[in-house]
Design a protein around this ligand. Structure first.
Ligand code: HEM
Length: 141
């Protein structure tokens, strides 16, 4: 699905981000909730104020899962199988929201890693996050 060059671009940006998952993930969620307020409905049990503990911890979980996926780019379906069950059967997140989160993750990476996150790397990340989203929305029915 991803070319070798695209995989390398994903991995090299991840190497920059991996040490700071709570802050970066929290920022991606903050951007999600500010730009697309309808997505807040899934998180009514969270404190959604900027920089909150809930945003940081959940952001860390989301980016942690993405980091794990960088190790299994050729095998996303089995690597993300549990998360796929969770989002489809338990959470029932509208699949359209995955595009929105993928977007705010990319904006966050662009804001922090300007040099590494060039146009080629961004296109690779867009493809990678779309592949993850496809797996996480594959069990809806
Ligand atoms: C939970 C990852 C997209 C809503 C989670 C968890 C992870 C995760 C790792 C925690 C699972 C656990 O505790 O075992 C991801 C990834 C996504 C994604 C990698 C896409 C790249 C979304 C989207 C929404 C969403 C688009 C809704 C707008 C939720 C909710 C929970 C959750 C409501 C449960 C939160 C809680 O109560 O702790 N997700 N997610 N996710 N996700 Fe996602």
């Amino acid at each position: 699905l991803l070319s070798d060059a695209e995989k390398a671009a994903v991995v090299s940006v991840w190497a920059k981000a991996s040490g700071n998952v709570n802050a970066l993930g929290g920022e991606a969620l903050e951007r999600l909730f500010l730009s697309f307020p309808q997505t807040k409905t899934y998180f009514s049990h969270f404190d959604l104020s900027a920089g909150s503990q809930d945003l940081q911890v959940h952001g860390g979980k989301v980016l942690g899962a993405i980091g794990e996926a960088t190790k299994h780019i050729d095998n996303l379906e089995s690597a993300l199988s549990k998360l796929s069950d969770l989002h489809a059967y338990n959470l029932r997140v509208d699949p359209g929201n995955f595009r929105l989160l993928s977007h705010t993750i990319q904006v966050t990476l662009a804001a922090h890693f300007q040099a590494e996150f060039d146009a080629t790397a961004q296109a690779a990340w867009d493809k990678f996050l779309a592949a993850i989203s496809t797996v996480l929305t594959s069990k809806y029915r």
